[in-house]
Design a protein around this ligand. Structure first.
Ligand code: BES
Ligand code: MN
Ligand code: ZN
Length: 490
């Protein structure tokens, strides 16, 4: 998408106007519109055909004008309007305009200038609006290509716009990988994608195959990957700022189950659907590495991907098996479908060995978290209030809802114990998301070295059932925006 300066009289397919209820009562908002358009909009408002109510919109064909379609979008009440609503509204309008054969759009933003970061939001919405996962679709006569190529804005801040475009590109990179099915992306392929990314951005990249995993004592990843014909991988990417003087060292860790069938504890009927999305955490980490590189941030960032395919077979790991994780802790398996915590255990050990200032892991970890918080909100677990607050601030300002969950729970902590090993991998159904987080905590830091750590349980918001705002159906890359904001703010 090309975003350019809007000059008066510019001929475009669509004109997009975002209005709050207050804007509809104060006609000075429209002082920059051409006279004909101004009168037209004022007439619509006085007839109460449009009042700026949140979620309301009008698409009107226009004749004898420099634009062919007018999109009016309501932003609701001024005090409730924020950049997240503006981003979604812009993306919706651009997507809709692009589907209606408009190859260009103009957008009026000057009346919203009070929102700092507005141009970043414009760049982000412009970058996200056209994305759909349709690379496998035959492009026949029924196929409606997305036509929008250019956006002209009255408020034109190229640097901010470019930042927004980079943020969007990071999210789309993750989404595109997540949306690919298990037959296209197995652990080796995902590791190869990481290597390609590393080559493009000059990142250090180390990939451990099954032999190296054995040599390095990565018993969790090996066990989970043992049932699949496609052997597991562990990936370590490193970004170092050019000045060699980073302000902080942060490690991101992602669960990368390229398909989660449940293993021998196989998932029933449609619980298996969408489990190509179980690699979301790892793909998000790749998107974050891309974003950090493109933005050239002054932080040392490590990306660790724990990648395996969870399949049942004659070689699969079994319930009752006892395995040993990277840090020597032994785990009795009582459910092969609680596999994410096993691959993350090894990766969190490596993360801790790097002695960073903070570790953030992302995982589609438990259905229980989705039951607790719904499909629009992820669970946040942290051993450190300062880190949790920073992450929550980023999540709120970037419109990815996180809710902090308890990590101190004596009752559930006691239930982690196994009679024959150090831990079991699966507790009772109730409090399942907390159990999983407490399990992960066993692999973060050491008694001597406590490392601030945050865990995002993104089961639920990782996949969208239908398109909305900046989201198309399928992968959302939930977490990428929040984490990039967190790193930017360091
Ligand atoms: N990948 C799933 C969790 C999941 C469920 C993600 C739904 C997205 C949507 C995870 O590996 C899993 O199977 N969890 C089990 C844990 C249980 C066996 C303790 C679950 O949630 O049922
Ligand atoms: Mn599972
Ligand atoms: Zn899983």
């Amino acid at each position: 998408m090309q975003i350019k300066q809007l000059n008066s009289g510019q001929a475009v397919g669509a004109l997009v106007l975002l209005l709050r209820e207050e804007d509809c009562k104060n006609f000075s908002t429209f002082s920059e519109l051409t006279e004909g358009l101004r009168d037209f909009v004022i007439e619509l408002i006085s007839r109460k055909d449009f009042e700026g109510k949140k979620g309301s919109f009008l698409r009107l064909p226009v004749f004898n004008s420099s634009f062919k379609n007018l999109y009016l979008i309501g932003l609701g009440k001024k005090e409730k309007c924020d950049l997240n609503l503006i981003r979604d509204s812009l993306a919706w309008a651009f997507r809709s305009a692009g589907r209606q054969h408009n190859d260009s759009a103009a957008v009026i933003l000057n009346h919203l200038k009070e929102f700092s970061g507005l141009s970043v939001t414009l760049g982000e919405a412009g970058g996200l609006c056209g994305y759909v996962f349709d690379s496998y679709k035959t492009k026949d006569e029924d196929y409606k290509p997305f036509a929008l190529k250019e956006i002209f804005s009255d408020l034109y801040e190229p640097e901010e716009i470019s930042t927004g475009e980079k943020l969007a590109a990071a999210q789309i990179f993750s989404r595109e990988l997540i949306n690919e099915p298990g037959c296209a992306i197995n652990p080796a392929v995902l590791a190869q994608k990481a290597q390609e990314l590393a080559k493009e951005y000059n990142l250090e990249c180390e990939v451990w195959d099954e032999n190296k995993l054995k040599a390095e004592g990565m018993g969790g990843i090996l066990a989970v990957g043992s049932g699949s014909k496609n052997p597991p991988r562990f990936v370590h990417l490193t970004y170092k700022p050019k000045n060699n003087n980073p302000v902080k060292k942060i490690v991101f860790v992602g669960k990368g189950i390229t398909f989660d069938s449940g293993g021998l504890n196989i998932k029933p009927d449609n619980f298996m659907l969408t489990m190509k999305g179980d690699k979301t955490g790892a793909c998000n980490v790749l998107g974050i590495m891309k974003g950090v590189s493109e933005l050239g941030l002054n932080v040392e960032v490590h990306g660790l991907l724990a990648v395996a395919e969870n399949m049942p077979s004659g070689s699969a790991y079994r319930p009752d098996d006892i395995i040993k994780a990277r840090n020597g802790k032994t785990i009795e398996i009582n459910n092969t479908d609680a596999e994410g915590r096993l691959v993350l255990a090894d990766a969190l050990c490596i993360a801790s060995e790097l002695k960073p200032d903070a570790i953030i892991d992302m995982a589609t970890l438990t259905g229980a978290c989705m039951v607790a918080l719904g499909k629009n909100r992820a669970g946040l677990f942290s051993n450190n209030d300062e880190l949790a607050e920073k992450v929550l601030a980023s999540s709120n300002s970037r419109g990815e809802l996180l809710w902090r969950m308890p990590l101190e729970d004596e009752f559930i902590s006691k239930s982690l114990k196994s009679p024959c090993a150090d831990l079991i991998n699966c507790g009772e159904r109730y409090g399942g998301a907390i159990f999983a987080a407490l399990f992960l905590k066993e692999f973060v830091g050491t008694k001597e070295n406590k490392i601030p750590w945050a865990h995002f349980d993104i089961a639920g918001p990782d996949m969208k059932d239908k398109e909305y705002g900046v989201y198309s159906k399928g992968a959302s890359a939930f977490g990428v925006r929040t984490c990039l904001d967190y790193v930017i703010n360091l």
